[in-house]
Design a protein around this ligand. Sequence first.
Ligand SMILES: [Zn+2]
Length: 425
Amino acid sequence: MAYSSRRVPNALTWLFLAALGAATVTRLWLAARQIRHVSAHRAAVPASFADSIPLSAHQKAADYTAAKTRLGMVDLLLGVVVLLVFTLGGLIESLSAAWSRLFSAGSITHGTALLLSIVLLQALIGLPLAAYRTFGIEQRFGFNRMTLRLFIADLARQAVVGLILGVPLLLAVLWLMAKMGTFWWLYVWLVWVAYSAALVMIYPAFIMPFFNKFTPITEGDLAARVGRLLERTGFKSSGLFLMDGSKRSSHGNAFFTGFGAAKRIVLFDTLVSRLQPPEVEAVLAHELGHYRLHHIAKQMVLSALLSLATLAVLGLVIDRDWFYTGLGVRTPSPAAALALFMMVLPEFLFFVQPLTSRYSRRREYEADAYAVSHANAQELERALVKLYKDNAATLTPDPLHSAFYDSHPPAAMRIARLAEMRSPS
Ligand SMILES: [Zn+2]
């Protein structure tokens, strides 16, 4: 009876359960809507795509979307169970108690062991679904190029890279939390921002080659076109590279990595093999637009500010008993606070998602407008239609699901906007 007052669920427990419940019900409802909407429009290609997308491709996209959404629902329910087991179910508490037999409780080594074991357990729990996503769904729809051997090799490489990059950060954060007093969160934030910036800089040259091969493209029509595009837009880059994305998946992509003059332009081989050089040029012009309109820089500033706010909130609750007991931890420690915070916070922030999605879609339209003024709009339209088709992206998403989650505008709206820009009335 002695600790009953600490064990009883408190207001935070109920608040957490309410947030988790609301977010979960909403996610399931949106997923069900998406499946229903896509299936209801499966019989006919939307009029504006009737000439460019065959019915069979449209139906494949519908089935692929439904299959992915269904898997997402399973993933979601599993995530809820795992979250509850870790928090209110007492798994974080048990792990903390187990590690305190080896290391002194609350020490930096104890905290590192606790957090690493949590991350490892979560990764193991997520593994069967990740394997099913690749070898079940992607395989069934003809997108998977990954062998089991590569899948396992990737896991090993990810673990090694994760440990090399993650453990020093973890040690630094736990040390600052232990030594810096009330304002530890400000120091942690500074380290976090410096660390993220460093990561962006070393990622293209030191991390990505672990996973893929990059071949410079220096000759031919594509290289010449990209060279002229860079000149027109005043963009400095350290080179154009072809990436062997086809060894994992047939989905295509193009992106920029790095900072300043060390920026690289990377094209998936799958993209280059499907699109004509003028189409690749238009897609690149869109990506360049994100840079030239400072979308990337704004994104980084925004996420730095968000992490500051988050850490400040953690600074407020970290010494409160109710924060731990309310979420199923009886032995407070900085590491337990970090773990709880990272697991629980997304549930409280779920309803912010439509705002960030909306913001992101607006930037996509801006990048499209930039592409239209620096490359050929019709080529971009053609490229997008090919990409929707090749990636089996649905042309008929549920409007509410799309408004909530989609970082890119729905296909029909995006193409219509491009056509409008091409022929201003
Ligand atoms: Zn974009």
